[in-house]
Design a protein around this ligand. Structure first.
Ligand code: CAO
Length: 438
């Protein structure tokens, strides 16, 4: 024998038109006595309205955002057989005109739901009032204050394991849940296939002697930026070699000429100038994505960042208006700004406003590397050590000084073909320094 009963909003004190902030049931759910049906929120507190008896939900008559008062209809619930007798014996006795319906299949609840009796409502309301102050959501049971606390922290209580009486979620449970979530590696995200394993925690001392040294402040800051850029920008690196045989001869001439002025002209000064010429030819490399990620901001100025290796870590000061300066002036400024970076005399402003960065490891060695883009820039040039190589020319091999270039670019903005054109243009410019004057 089954019976359809109405559940109304019980006595909620002096409150009227209270907002429904959560609906924890749907048609077809089997709810247990005391299980939360809905949560109401006044300006002072959140209140759960629990089911006064066990049964199957036939209709849900409220939705999130509705305003309800005492007596508003929440749901129609079918109470069947022994459950009804045990849970609501007195309600049945007081409702002689209750509809007695055959047990519906879950697929037909709405059909059955229209044949209800209004006379049971008062008793249902009275029963639900008794346990109004405590409630639960699905398997998560928690007091209104804990539910509010969890809501404020954005915690879905259904994911929190309760350690209190009868599995109720406590404040500690919510706090522990938040702690554990924060301890997860950054960048972890569910549902999009990108799952990052937590780094293994190893007791290195088990394997031999160790010493722990804190990272420098600069390393911590640059590390966080490098990590963000590495995981958020789809990088591709394009390689090439530039024939700088002539450039090197010219550089040496200039170098001896300016030695008395204590200006050291390294290949990097030529590189800065050549990069500016290439940026003028390919404006999408002198650009950034805007905050929406849907527009490219093209810059009409040419500020070039240069990675400087300092004892405290990597810094990238910016040489401004490189298009308006000659190679000698750029060499002079490069010497000054890298010295200031090494002496930690550089300011935050010195490192802002860059359009494109160059990272030169040519003074140290190596044949190629894959530099990380300095966001919000869209490309970076890595320079490795020049070496003399036999290059095929006409019918023979000729010794040439070849400079390895590595161009990393943001593939969201720059196509592979454009990157190849950029680096070929750059190589040609370096191979014929007269082009720097164009
Ligand atoms: N091929 C061959 N020789 C090169 C060269 C190259 N690509 N680049 C520089 N050299 C030579 C210079 O001519 C100089 O030779 P001399 O002492 O005989 O005159 C020597 O190498 C040292 O140059 P330098 O490193 O002092 O000067 P620079 O202008 O090339 O670089 C600076 C300046 C500040 C960029 C550099 O000192 C530096 O810090 N480089 C490291 C950048 C870095 O860490 N990048 C990695 C970032 S990503 O992790």
């Amino acid at each position: 024998m089954a019976e359809i009963k109405k559940i109304f909003v019980p006595d909620i004190g002096d409150y009227k038109d209270v907002a429904v902030i959560e609906v924890a049931i749907k048609v077809g759910d089997v709810v247990k006595a005391d299980q939360t049906l809905i949560t109401l929120e006044t300006d002072k507190a959140a209140m759960d309205v629990p089911a006064p008896f066990e049964g199957m939900v036939m209709e849900v008559n409220v939705k999130v955002g509705d305003k309800v008062s005492e007596g508003s209809l929440i749901s129609l619930v079918q109470v069947s057989g022994n459950v009804a007798q045990a849970a609501t014996a007195s309600a049945l006795a007081a409702s002689p005109s209750s509809s007695r319906l055959p047990s519906p299949s879950p697929a037909l609840p709405s059909k059955v739901g229209v044949q209800i009796d209004t006379a049971v409502s008062t008793r249902a309301v009275a029963e639900s009032t008794s346990s109004l102050t405590m409630g639960g959501q699905g398997v998560a049971h928690a007091s209104p204050s804990i539910r509010r606390f969890a809501r404020e922290l954005g915690v879905n209580l259904a994911q929190v394991k309760g350690s209190g009486a009868k599995g109720r979620v406590t404040k500690d449970d919510v706090q522990n849940f938040v702690r554990q979530s924060l301890a997860q590696p950054r960048g972890t995200s569910g549902g999009n296939g990108l799952q990052v394993l937590a780094s293994p925690v190893v007791d290195f001392a088990k394997f031999g002697a160790i010493e722990t040294k804190p990272l420098s402040r600069i390393k911590k800051i640059s590390g966080a930026n490098l990590h963000r850029n590495w995981v958020t920008i789809p990088h591709v690196t394009q390689f090439d070699e530039a024939d700088i045989t002539e450039m090197e001869a010219f550089r040496k001439e200039l170098n001896s000429e300016y030695a008395k002025q204590k200006i050291k002209i390294t290949p990097l000064a030529f590189m800065i100038k050549a990069v500016v010429v290439a940026l003028q030819e390919f404006p999408e490399f002198n650009a950034s994505l805007d905050a929406s990620g849907e527009n490219l901001v093209l810059k009409k100025y040419f500020h070039i960042g240069v990675a400087v290796d300092t004892p405290n870590g990597l810094m990238v000061p910016v040489l401004r208006d490189a298009d308006k300066k000659g190679v000698v002036q750029l060499a002079k400024e490069l010497g000054e700004i890298s010295a200031r970076a090494r002496d930690l005399k550089i300011t935050a402003a010195d490192m802002q406003g860059g359009c494109f960065s160059i990272s030169s490891l040519g003074g140290i060695g190596g044949t190629a590397f894959t530099p990380i883009i300095n966001a919000p820039e869209v490309a970076i040039l890595g320079v490795s050590r020049a070496a003399i190589k036999p290059m095929h020319q006409g019918e023979t091999f000729v010794a040439k000084l070849m400079l390895p270039l590595s161009l990393s670019y943001d593939h969201r903005v720059i196509d592979g073909a454009a990157a190849a054109r950029f680096i070929v243009f750059l190589s040609q410019t370096l191979a014929d320094v007269r082009r720097l004057a164009l």
